[in-house]
Design a protein around this ligand. Structure first.
Ligand SMILES: [Zn+2]
Ligand SMILES: [Zn+2]
Length: 466
């Protein structure tokens, strides 16, 4: 049956390239696709951080589409317990402790995912605080990868302005519903979990969130086509109806088109340091997480196991609720001007550093002439040209800070340097920000900072190796 319903839909759970080797599409691609489909709004929810906000904000603003910031946070109900154990000297990573406490170890170690989106500026500021503070207090991982985890009490502390969707198949509710047994690290089943217990655990979670977030808590539904998702989908609708919580359909988009699934799989393999066909590759193995339209979601729902016992009405509601949530969210305006801390007397400090470096190079070096940007210059001439231009455009503090960052990186022994057009700046070279003498190599300074350039921010690109 051809879908006759509305084409309106708001994607509220989506990943971009910023989701660290787990997303293929750029914010600009999503924004353009939303524009073509006449969508009103979209939320971007990276894994654990909000680094895509500036780029996504600019991309959606260009098309006049409401951009809703959000995050798929790493969530763990046992994080406080872990911190308590840590304070009493217990290392939950140790083999011995894990062996003695397999069930608790599993709960402490494995993270859940929770979709959090911002209703307004307060919500945005709260989510920034949550994700940032989690790096300081909730950072945990058993492998080399560490996750900034947030727990229920912490989330509640900053709940104002936030909307919670119950999460993907790895969300606190879904996970309880589909976990049939407790397995230890070696893969041995420690105990089976009855259907009754699974339901009770899921309900306990739902009640807790409903009580804390009220009308701003929604049951998230997804149809990725992975093991157990039909049971989760069906049971979640039933629980939502029972507890009078609205459902919301999400597609957890990771890429634009179905075929891009292959790229995402390769990225996941790179992230996990295994080959694409390795049995150890952890991946959803579903090519359904592309940027779907409402009619495509309908095709996946209609006449399949997902909709067994339900009708078109449930589908329309879970789609319409995406529009309701988007309406609840304000069009947040951001001040995108760069905020560079101002260093007292930065202009003179920059002059002093450059002068002392030139003096240390000696007179013979300063007498040599080079042809740069069509001008014949000595070190001193070029340093003056650059100093005047940096100071006139108000970048002195920026250079002093950049110098500090580079010095810190080098002290730490990181393979670390600046690259790109900053290589054309003699001052960057003299301050040890770059390591190539631009005059000896005839590199253009104007390419880095042309006199005609407006006041917009300069950037020295830096790359840190592992
Ligand atoms: Zn997830
Ligand atoms: Zn996701």
């Amino acid at each position: 049956m051809e879908y006759q319903g509305s084409s309106d839909f708001v994607h509220l759970h989506s990943h971009t390239l910023y989701s660290m080797l787990d997303g293929v599409a750029s914010p600009a691609q999503y924004a353009e696709a939303c524009y073509k489909r006449k969508y009103q709004a979209m939320a971007i929810t990276e894994h654990g951080h909000m680094a895509s906000v500036p780029e996504a904000y600019a991309a959606f603003k260009q098309y006049g589409i409401k951009y809703i910031p959000g995050c798929e946070i790493y969530y763990n109900d046992f994080e406080l317990k872990r911190q308590e154990l840590l304070a009493s000297g217990i290392n939950v990573r140790s083999q011995e402790w894990r062996k003695e406490n397999p069930e608790l170890a599993g709960r402490i170690i494995r993270n859940r995912h929770l979709t959090v989106i911002c209703k307004n500026k307060t919500g945005f500021e709260n989510l920034l605080k949550l994700t940032t503070q989690a790096y300081e207090t909730g950072l945990f991982g058993v492998s080399i990868k560490q996750y900034n985890r947030i727990w229920f009490e912490k989330l509640c502390e900053y709940r104002e302005g936030l909307i919670i969707l119950s999460g993907c198949l790895n969300g606190p509710v879904s996970h309880e519903l589909r976990t049939k047994s407790i397995v230890n690290k070696a893969g041995d089943v420690i105990r089976e979990i009855s259907r009754k217990e699974r339901l009770e655990n899921a309900i306990a979670n739902i009640k807790k969130f409903k009580e804390a977030f009220g009308e701003d808590y929604y049951i998230e539904l997804q149809m990725p086509g992975v093991e157990g998702d039909m049971f989760v989908f069906q049971t979640s609708i039933m629980l939502a109806e029972h507890f009078k919580i609205k459902t919301v359909l999400a597609n957890d988009s990771h890429y634009m088109e179905r075929k891009d699934f292959q790229i995402q799989k390769i990225m996941m393999a790179i992230a996990q340091d295994v080959t694409v066909d390795s049995p150890d590759l952890f991946h959803t193995n579903s090519d359904e997480q592309y940027f779907k339209q409402r009619s495509e979601l309908w095709s996946r729902y209609n006449g399949t196991e997902y909709s067994k016992g339900y009708t078109a009405r449930e589908f329309e509601l879970m789609c319409d609720h995406t529009l309701e949530i988007a309406d609840k969210c304000e069009n947040i305006e951001f001040d995108t001007d760069p905020k560079i801390p101002t260093i007292v007397d930065a202009d003179n400090e920059l002059r002093r550093l450059v002068a002392s470096k030139l003096i240390s190079l000696g007179l013979h070096k300063n007498e040599l002439k080079y042809l740069i940007d069509g001008r014949e210059v000595t070190y001193l001439d070029q340093a003056k040209i650059e100093l005047n231009r940096f100071i006139e455009k108000g970048f002195a503090s920026y250079f002093l800070i950049t110098k500090n960052i580079i010095e810190y990186g080098k002290e730490q022994g990181w393979p670390f340097t600046a690259r790109g057009s900053a290589g054309g700046s003699l001052i960057c070279y003299l301050l040890n920000i770059t390591s190539v003498d631009p005059l000896s190599w005839g590199l253009s300074f104007d390419r880095f900072l042309a006199p005609s350039r407006g006041g917009y921010m300069l950037n020295v690109k830096m790359t840190k190796g592992d």
